[in-house]
Write a protein that binds this ligand. Structure first.
Ligand SMILES: Cc1cc2nc3c(=O)[nH]c(=O)nc-3n(C[C@H](O)[C@H](O)[C@H](O)COP(=O)(O)OP(=O)(O)OC[C@H]3O[C@@H](n4cnc5c(N)ncnc54)[C@H](O)[C@@H]3O)c2cc1C
Length: 466
């Protein structure tokens, strides 16, 4: 290394880390700065990329890549006003150019064939998160960025409020020190760490199912290492995004999202919540968290009859490759599910009786207001329809954790903050940073990983030059 060369370490080869590395190297080359960039990842090469690798990556942007006029306000509203306006305004301001940056690297975007409920406008990379990682990785290699796998960063070296390197466990299982002029933490949240889940999300979260094979690598080590040198935290440490999945599936993220059109019962055959409270993308997180935190067996059953197959494109909302459990009568269905047929019959007959009071039309593509109030059960606010047409169908469902909301406090140029201000030489992006509160804003997590990953890399170089 020459005297003029700077060295940047980026921790994590997911979307935010790759954006950080590519942006830093590009900025440095444009400025004539001699920079070496190394991207470290705890996972082996074939498994790196964390959540990004498995993410369909729906991104909340209009078809022309612009942000909707209510983008920032809507996100602030979903956080009960707790989220940082300047962070999300910056996200909005940089979104379109971010997408163009990826298009220039060969990523193709499409309008996603999204589930059933339309929700906010979204775009999606063809090939999902893997396509984003592939394009960025290929570009990173042409820029001379180094990749090191099976290096789990555990500690930051930081004499006097300045980060000068990391310590981690290498592929030989030995502690290794790597020195650098700056470090970018892009190593996910703490969803893969059972102890941290238990401490922050509550005891029932200790054995949360994880949504994808990449999620386990995000064990909060980056967040903890930064906290150990005085970094502040932000975001909702008691919350995380989860989704209802079919536990029989061997695939990644086998979500089953037709529950608003049926009944959900526990293993006693009883309903316990309002399945039709809102659109799937507004209720899925609450539903999945409820299964994990409130249902003692942590598993429930979605019950439908064959009328569900009349809903146009209903299969889009079912990503499990395992067919539903099917039976010609409700009694038989209950037996197959291992629940009391008497209890299930009683739940369904009370529900059906309440449905007979409704006279408006069933409409799966609008909130149809078909509310019913079955005796001794929670109400169902929309899409209430009698369950009577064989074959009767059931899917077992569990909650699966995707990512956590608590993380490091950063400013809008991705510098990690301590009480004294930015920690010199330390940046963070993506899930490692805490920006979400209460409920995950739909289709925003990948976008913020991309945008703030790029900002962190550009800022690290700007700080070298200043
Ligand atoms: C199945 C699924 C569906 C999703 N759907 C959507 C969606 O439609 N829209 C959306 O916006 N978001 C979605 N998300 C969430 C979104 O994809 C992620 O939040 C985002 O990709 C996170 O990017 P990241 O770079 O912050 O972290 P990651 O992509 O998780 O990358 C973190 C990397 O850091 C590495 N790492 C972790 N700890 C260490 C350590 N100590 N040392 C070294 N390396 C370490 C990991 O191995 C990993 O490669 C989904 C996620 C999943 C899993």
């Amino acid at each position: 290394m020459t005297r003029d060369e700077r060295r940047l370490l980026v921790i994590g080869q997911g979307a935010s880390g790759l954006c950080a590395a590519v942006a830093a190297m590009t900025s440095a080359q444009n400025a004539g700065l001699h920079l070496s960039v190394t991207l470290l990842d705890a996972a082996p090469k074939t498994q790196s990329g964390g959540n990004s690798r498995w993410s369909p990556s729906n991104i909340r942007l209009e078809a022309d890549y612009s942000v909707a006029p209510d983008f920032v306000e809507d996100i602030l509203a979903s956080s009960d006003g707790l989220a940082d306006r300047s962070y999300f305004q910056k996200l909005a301001d940089h979104s379109s150019s971010m997408i163009q940056w990826l298009i220039d690297m060969g990523v193709i975007f499409q309008n996603p064939p999204y589930y059933l409920a339309k929700g906010p406008s979204r775009i999606q990379p063809v090939g999902g998160g893997q396509a984003i990682l592939d394009a960025l990785t290929a570009h990173a290699k042409t820029l001379g960025i180094q990749f090191i796998n099976e290096f789990k960063m555990t500690q930051l070296i930081s004499p006097e409020n300045q980060v000068i390197g990391v310590i981690g466990l290498n592929s030989l299982g030995e502690n290794q020190t790597l020195f650098a002029d700056s470090v970018i933490l892009a190593c996910g949240g703490f969803e893969g760490n059972s102890e941290m889940r238990k401490t922050h999300l509550g005891a029932p979260a200790e054995n949360f199912t994880l949504i994808s094979p990449g999620t386990i690598f995000n064990d909060g080590a980056g967040i903890q290492a930064a906290m150990a040198i005085g970094a502040q935290v932000s975001g909702d440490w008691a919350a995380g995004h989860s989704e209802p999945i079919d536990p029989r599936s061997q695939g990644s993220a086998p979500v089953v999202l037709v529950y608003p059109y049926g009944l959900v019962v526990n293993s006693q055959g009883q309903r316990f919540w309002d399945e039709g409270a809102g659109w799937m993308h507004d209720t899925w997180e609450k539903f999945a968290n409820h299964i994990q935190h409130q249902v003692s067996e942590k598993k429930v059953f979605l019950i439908l009859d064959s009328k569900v197959t009349d809903i146009p494109n209903y299969a889009r909302a079912i990503r499990s490759e395992v067919p539903p459990i099917s039976a010609s009568s409700l009694e038989q269905l209950a037996q197959k599910l291992g629940i009391s047929s008497e209890a299930l019959m009683s739940t369904v007959s009370k529900f059906n009786a309440a449905c007979l009071e409704i006279h408006s039309e069933f409409n799966p593509s609008s909130k149809d207001g078909r509310a019913c109030f079955p005796e001794g059960q929670p109400p169902k606010s929309n899409w209430s329809r009698i369950i009577d047409k064989a074959p009767f169908l059931a899917w077992p469902l569990v909650g699966a954790l995707v990512y956590t909301f608590g993380g490091l406090r950063t400013n809008e140029i991705a510098q990690v903050l301590s009480e004294q201000g930015p920690i010199k030489g330390l940046y963070a992006a993506g899930e490692t940073t805490g920006n979400f509160y209460k409920i995950a804003p739909n289709s925003v997590s990948m976008l913020r990983a991309l945008v703030f990953g790029k900002i962190s890399g550009e800022q690290a170089v700007a700080d070298f030059l200043s």
